[in-house]
Design a protein around this ligand. Structure first.
Ligand code: ZLV
Ligand code: CA
Ligand code: ZN
Length: 388
């Protein structure tokens, strides 16, 4: 009735668990797992779940998480206690500060979103999915023994390690507004994973402060990882036209040189205009065009979430990107269905509000055509060293 049909001979799997959404980082913390509830409500009100294999995910086992994280760190994560309001004794592993608070059910939260990404990766390896989706994952800052930037366990690294059991090469692409430093660091010294992160970079304070153009892997040419970590530092206000051009040009060149067997795309929605923490003018259409381009390459594709701090726009983007995965993006009605849960939270009734509707006053675009050309040229030079 709603025109959503399962694509023939093409499988999309959706890995979800309502348990994950129930966790709270604290009232003033910008990370709201509730945005997953809003996204899922929108995806389901369009009936998109009928066109996917839906899996309610499980917790990753500790053994699975030890693929990347240390035993000590996992042990601490499991037993860390929520601090009393007046207790400011520092905790190890960068836990307990304002970015990475210890909250009720923390280990459950981490193992749930990690389990979803591991399951999604296995679906790709079994050829049971062409695209596997985990909107609750994408927590790209976590290190092997350290929490960072709202991320405690690195589900992306765990998923890529799964894929590497089956396939020789994985391309990781990260469109979150922040630098994907944890994934970059994990695969810094290997030529089996190429990482490409697009992000805001100002050389000083914007988190995490790394990801300049010159950072392309280990400086030692004999290290296999040399030239396999690519970074695209941008300034405030980049628009759809520029972003889509950059994305297609760079990902196209990476695929041509590196010939990955699978692509993992981190779809952090804080690169959207109007995000509480972001600075770009990318719209739902431009963000989605990145997903559509990756799908068009016909390489096994994993989609994970990431940042995204204005929940109504996160839900729009991830619902639109789900529709692209199953191929109904051109046929669904952009007017948000009347029966969508929390419909009034969306403020504007369309999936694609205009920049004026999102921002009021536009944010000045600080990215010149020359800057973008320099980036493409620099990345192209790095890729000359890559020969898969
Ligand atoms: O979207 O934070 O700037 C993936 C992701 O990439 C910082 N943190 C740290 C470094 C020292 N500071 C200050 C501590 C901030 C305290 C709490 C906030 C609270 C309210 C509003 C905004 C923030 C905040 N924190 C904004 N930016 C930060 C970053 C971390 C960004 C993580 C992005 C995660 C999920
Ligand atoms: Ca990024
Ligand atoms: Zn982010």
């Amino acid at each position: 009735a709603n025109g959503i049909v399962r694509p023939k001979g093409y499988n999309v799997s959706w890995h979800v668990n309502p348990e994950i959404e129930k966790h709270h980082f604290g009232n003033s913390h910008p990370m709201k797992p509730w945005r997953l509830t809003l996204s899922k409500g929108l995806i389901m009100s369009y009936g998109m779940h009928a066109a996917m294999d839906t899996f309610v995910t499980r917790q990753a086992t500790e053994e699975e998480m030890r693929d990347f994280h240390t035993e000590d760190y996992l042990e601490y994560l499991k037993t860390a206690k929520v601090a009393m309001p007046d207790d400011d004794t520092p905790m190890p592993y960068n836990l307990g500060g304002s970015d990475c608070p210890v909250f009720e059910g923390l280990f459950n939260y981490c193992s749930m979103y990690s389990g979803a990404s591991i399951d999604a990766a296995r679906k790709l390896c079994n050829n049971e999915s062409d695209i596997a989706i985990n909107w609750s994952g994408g927590l790209h800052h976590a290190k092997k023994a350290e929490a960072s930037g709202f991320c405690y366990a690195n589900d992306i690294v765990l998923a890529i390690l799964q894929i590497l059991r089956k396939y020789p090469r994985v391309l990781y692409v990260d469109i979150d507004v922040h630098h994907g430093d944890g994934v970059e660091e994990a695969f810094w010294s290997t030529d089996r994973v190429m990482t490409l992160s697009i992000h805001k970079y100002d050389g000083l304070s914007f988190f995490p402060g790394t990801g300049d153009l010159e950072r392309t892997g280990p400086p030692d040419e004999n290290n296999p990882g040399a030239h396999h970590a690519l970074n695209v530092p941008l300034s405030d206000g980049i628009n759809d036209e520029q972003y889509i051009w950059l994305f297609k040009t760079l990902v196209g060149k990476c695929v041509e040189r590196f010939r990955p067997n699978a692509i993992v795309l981190q779809c952090g929605a804080d690169s959207l205009a109007g995000d509480r923490l972001g600075r770009f003018n990318v719209q739902v259409q431009g963000h989605g065009a990145c997903v559509a381009y990756c799908k068009s390459l016909k390489i096994p594709l994993m989609l994970v979430g990431g940042g995204g701090y204005t929940p109504r726009n996160v839900a729009r983007a991830w619902a639109h990107e789900t529709s692209i995965a199953i191929g109904c993006d051109q046929t669904i009605d952009p007017i948000i269905p009347m029966h969508t849960p929390y419909r009034s939270h969306f403020r504007h009734e369309t999936l694609f509000p205009t920049l004026e509707q999102i921002l009021g006053d536009p944010r000045p675009n600080r990215n010149t055509p020359k800057k973008l050309d320099d980036i493409v040229q620099h990345v192209t030079e790095q890729l000359r060293f890559v020969n898969a």
